[in-house]
Design a protein around this ligand. Structure first.
Ligand SMILES: *[C@@H]1O[C@H](CO)[C@@H](O)[C@H](O)[C@H]1NC(C)=O
Ligand SMILES: *[C@@H]1O[C@H](CO)[C@@H](O)[C@H](O)[C@H]1NC(C)=O
Ligand SMILES: *[C@@H]1O[C@H](CO)[C@@H](O)[C@H](O)[C@H]1NC(C)=O
Ligand SMILES: *[C@@H]1O[C@H](CO)[C@@H](O)[C@H](O)[C@H]1NC(C)=O
Ligand SMILES: *[C@@H]1O[C@H](CO)[C@@H](O)[C@H](O)[C@H]1NC(C)=O
Ligand SMILES: *[C@@H]1O[C@H](CO)[C@@H](O)[C@H](O)[C@H]1NC(C)=O
Ligand SMILES: *[C@@H]1O[C@H](CO)[C@@H](O)[C@H](O)[C@H]1NC(C)=O
Length: 432
């Protein structure tokens, strides 16, 4: 009898928990900020790098060491999220950990020998995108004797440029940095797309046209080799052995998102050149259609195995709103969030990646509060640059088994984070 009652009670409680979601009024800035705070605290409970004896900047991992499920690059996504968190809330609670993390891992231009066996051009690039974001949102500059946000982004960009090989596939970037890693033999969209993204942002921030030239070269290469087709489907990669002619047609939202954001920056930098306007409209259109089929963001391969350009800004905001609503429903009142946002409830699938994605979706709505576009050197940006940063020999490999594509796709949940934050970044620029 007791056990029947207990089990009924358990069923009743379980049902109650499914109904109770994170309490947030998506029309109220204060409510979104306080919900973001609850989700951020839950997110940071996964981080121990600022505790004695731990390595600053990384989430527990990498998996090959058996110390936790997170790869090095996922730490970066965390700190990019926290830069956004500060920017959207003014809450400085996590700034000390954020600054320490972004500086500690910047060793050798975000290419520490510790991570060489999983060092992709994209891994390095994600950290650089967070450093660039810090410069663009006016996140507090590090002390003068420490590396500076802009110079860090420039250093990584220079590293990427040094790895462009016109003699293989006519250019483009390989996925991996080091010869022995799985993925060194193919050139992919995310590596080349991040080069495009950072180049476009550096061009706009510094007004140095060299960055725009490289950005244009990266984009043109992706189009020429049919990594992007004429319907603006964005495909993943191709092998060097075939001279990059046989393109793997998998579509991941992060590829489309880094390109869309880069296009928005090129469009802004060139004062609305048609060269960038046409693909910007087409890619946003296709991205919303493909990754937001019912208005809420999904990762196709993972879940189903503005006045200048209001035509882009309005549909992006509509998609961000419905995604934030779905994300909020996926969270418990204590800020623990699930993976799928289309179910209307918490799905029990938790982790730091889920927290980052939900936090980014919530915060993306606050972009409507922005009164100024991303900063540049001539519009209030204070971060110091160094055009020659990063021009040094690569670090030597360490001693971990290389990661595989399967490992990477397993971590693909974080691509959702990128879409929310990058689309918000685009909206910010386009609305202006
Ligand atoms: C943060 O504080 C600054 C300066 O007080 C203010 O201008 C800005 O609107 C605030 N931003 C948010 C998101 O509350
Ligand atoms: C690299 O790993 C060593 C050993 O765990 C650690 O002491 C050091 O702080 C790490 N450096 C970085 C940049 O992660
Ligand atoms: C390899 O591909 C590039 C880019 O499409 C092309 O320019 C080059 O001629 C190709 N090389 C060979 C040997 O087919
Ligand atoms: C865009 O406009 C600004 C301000 O009018 C001007 O300084 C800049 O040179 C223009 N850029 C291009 C690429 O035409
Ligand atoms: C977006 O695609 C739809 C059909 O897929 C088309 O009708 C519409 O004109 C496109 N919009 C833009 C801005 O390209
Ligand atoms: C948050 O709430 C859920 C559902 O009630 C529960 O399963 C989970 O343990 C809670 N997490 C924390 C950190 O309290
Ligand atoms: C512009 O960027 C290029 C490429 O990084 C660099 O070589 C050059 O020194 C920069 N020019 C200025 C004026 O900073």
């Amino acid at each position: 009898m007791v056990s029947i009652l207990t089990s009924r009670l358990a069923i009743f409680l379980a049902a109650t928990c499914v109904c109770a979601a994170l309490d947030v009024d998506l029309t109220s800035v204060a409510s979104i900020q306080s919900a973001a705070n609850v989700v951020a605290q839950s997110l940071l409970s996964y981080y121990h790098g600022d505790e004695p004896g731990q390595v600053p900047g990384i989430l527990p991992g990498p998996p090959q060491r058996g110390t936790g499920p997170y790869y090095w690059w996922e730490g970066d996504v965390l700190w990019g999220t926290m830069v956004d968190y500060w920017h959207y809330t003014n809450d400085t609670t996590f700034n000390e950990a954020t600054t320490q993390a972004l500086l500690f891992q910047s060793e050798d231009t975000y290419n520490s020998a510790n991570w060489s066996l999983s060092m992709g051009n994209d891994d390095q690039g994600f950290w650089a995108m967070s450093a660039m974001l810090a410069a663009e949102v006016g996140y507090p500059d590090p002390p003068a004797d420490q590396p500076q946000w802009l110079a860090l982004a420039q250093g990584v960009f220079n590293n990427l440029v040094s790895r462009w090989e016109p003699e293989l596939c006519g250019g483009g970037l390989r996925w991996q940095v080091f010869t022995h890693n799985v993925g060194f033999d193919y050139k992919n969209t995310i590596a080349t797309g991040i080069m495009f993204n950072i180049g476009a942002r550096l061009a706009r921030y510094t007004r140095n046209d060299s960055y725009a030239t490289w950005a244009e070269r990266s984009w043109d290469w992706l189009v020429q080799l049919n990594y992007i087709d004429d319907q603006y489907n964005v495909y993943d990669s191709a092998h060097i052995g075939d001279n990059c002619t046989i393109v793997d047609k998998a579509q991941f939202s992060y590829n489309a998102a880094v390109l869309a954001e880069g296009l928005a920056y090129m469009y802004a930098y060139t004062n609305a050149s048609a060269k960038w306007q046409t693909p910007l409209a087409g890619l946003v259109n296709r991205t919303l259609e493909f990754f937001f089929p019912d208005g809420i963001m999904i990762e196709q391969p993972c879940e189903r195995p503005t006045t200048l350009a209001p035509f882009v800004a309005d549909p992006i905001m509509a998609a961000l709103q419905s995604s934030a609503a779905g994300a909020a429903k996926s969270c418990n009142p204590n800020g623990t969030c699930g993976f799928r946002w289309t179910t209307g409830a918490y799905d029990g699938n938790t982790g730091a990646g889920q927290q980052m994605s939900a936090l980014a979706a919530l915060m993306s709505l606050l972009v409507t509060q922005e009164s100024v576009p991303p900063l540049t050197e001539s519009s209030g940006g204070t971060s110091k640059g160094d055009p020659g940063a990063g021009n040094h020999a690569p670090a030597l490999p360490g001693a971990l088994p290389p990661i595989t594509m399967g490992d990477r796709v397993g971590a693909g949940i974080l691509t959702t984070f990128l879409v929310a934050s990058l689309l918000a970044g685009m909206w910010w620029l386009m609305r202006d």
